[in-house]
Write a protein that binds this ligand. Sequence first.
Ligand code: ADP
Ligand code: MG
Length: 684
Amino acid sequence: MDYDPLTPLFSPLTTLKGVGLTVGALIAKVAGGERVVDLLFHLPESYVDRRQRPTIARAQAGQIATLAVEVVRIEPPANTRQPWRVVVTDGTAFAELVFFRFNREKQMPMGAKLLVSGKVEEFGGRRVIAHPEHVVPADRPESMPAVEPVWPLTGGLWPRQVGNAMAQALARVPSLPEWHDAALLRRETWPSFIEALRAVQAPTEVPGQKCRERLAYDELLADQVALAVVRGRLRTRPGRALAGDGVLREKALERFGFTLTPSQTTALGEIDADLSSERRMLRLLQGDVGSGKTLVALLAMLRVVEAGKQAALMAPTEVLAKQHHRTLSRLSPEPVALLTGGVKGRARSALLRQLKDGAVRMVVGTHALFQESVEYHDLAFAVIDEQHRFGVDQRLLLGRKGELTDVLVMTATPIPRTLVLTQWGEMDVSRLTEKPPGRGRVRTSLHSLGTMPELLEAVTRKLDDGAQVYWICPLVAESEVVDLAAAEARYAELRERLGERVGLAHGRQDPAVRDATLAAFARGDCRLLVATTVVEVGVDVPAATVMVIEHAERFGLAQLHQLRGRVGRGAAASFCLLLHEEWVNDSAKRRLTLLRDTEDGFVIADEDFRLRGGGDVLGTKQSGLPGFRLADPIEHEGLLHMANRDAAVLLGNDPKLTSERGRAVRVLLRVFEKAAAMQTLAAG
Ligand code: ADP
Ligand code: MG
């Protein structure tokens, strides 16, 4: 096999000199990977400019400064627990350097002229630098780095170690072809990839915006080209034109008894167009819980059955699969089968036979639907519910069941536009933007926790009027014990006041106890449910019309929106009371007022994304997007859209990436490890 020039980038960090197992592991921890490339993409969060040379009199406390000084006094410590003090001056004032470990002869004899760099602090009017980061002779300024990157570090890892490893890592970057368009580079005045990387990671001066932009654009273009390659591949596989006579659909709508909402009609139109075209459908159907996605999915499936083919709906859990099965069975004129891990023995083998010979044409299930052992007679359409946790690679796998299978993914998490572009770029999008008529509005109001007595009275009145109430207490991992205690205290208090009608559910309970409480709430025996966020998913009690959220300022927007979605599920008007601390910061204030003023999940998702950097949208706790290391899709949103267009034009002209630029872009895809796209290209 030919030598691959990119190999050094993907070799372990421990192949660098001075990086043993310990340091390697520490770097891997902060860089998020244990290979050279992970270190190269571990960007500094800021820079220290050692060329800042104020006089001592003008040095600002709290800042890093380099002082040109002369040693005028050395004070040995009175005992071993005290530090050495070295008094210095530059003629404008005196300063003290403080050392715990000190070698007088070597470091700083009396009268020595020095450049000293470190963080200046002020104690009782004296300027002090404790443990200066650099001390060099005044006549050798070049021996102090002019500019030092400040990388995110971890305990036991020092900047010097990262700097040393980084210098070697940079030296390993092979010469790479330029993958960007020449005109674009000129217009943006961007440096080359390696120049930008050096300027950022081993700077001789504080790097300008252009370097960061260039690197961000490299990553964004890799991402967008990869998605477009995969998408192009999926599209060129022929789909099949599926047309139905509308008979089953009409029957279903008759049973249903309502008319479709405008956005259901639009979405169904888009789906029908996909089904009847020769292209393969890859569509994302977004809409809040309760926006009517299931009905759209059913009508789409029926059309496929009308065309004489099979359709499947996959849910993420067994419980949800059963729920879908019930809903579909109620409305569908065509029988619907259920296949989960729980279906065993003779029932299972009978069902598998019927799926294989085509006797069963509609099936709902868990991922069991796509196991090896399940064969279909002619599966033409798969609906996937709640797939947003899966990446492109997993979604691709699904297509393997039937190369010709049209795919509709449903998600109840409104996905911000920017995320759709980066994480779902291979799919078309339909959105359900309104709730079906007959569903009550949720009136949201803000209350300071100080008004608790009045709130309790209002809630008691609601209960007496027959309402059911969710009472949510926050549960944040770091302070779990305290939070749990607070939830239990609230429960005790409400129980004392309101009696047997009050129940408690949280994640630390015995599941059997918790499930019993949730079931009692669903039956209506329990009227007020004190809960931590366990109710976020999968609890559906249409009769509950009041939601109280304590310490709402501690929740994220998307989470509050999901919680609020638990009420307003029936026809009656609902209420959401957001209780907050007397004083909340500006960002919390913005979150809460936005929530009060809108129920539109898409508006909320976009804003949440802006405020939190997409942190929780995909259920990942870290801020920033999974998979992005050099780009920040919020800061670089403009570049993302540019990369999206750039990729489309590039692949339009050169779909197989065989031109000179195309080949360079293949290298880019490898540097950023776009495996699915590389495989797709290799498959021709
Ligand atoms: P989702 O799957 O998006 O959570 P569902 O499809 O389960 O939403 O619909 C939520 C509720 O709204 C269901 O009770 C459903 O019967 C009802 N519904 C859906 N579409 C309409 C409509 N066009 N008119 C009236 N009710 C509707
Ligand atoms: Mg649903």
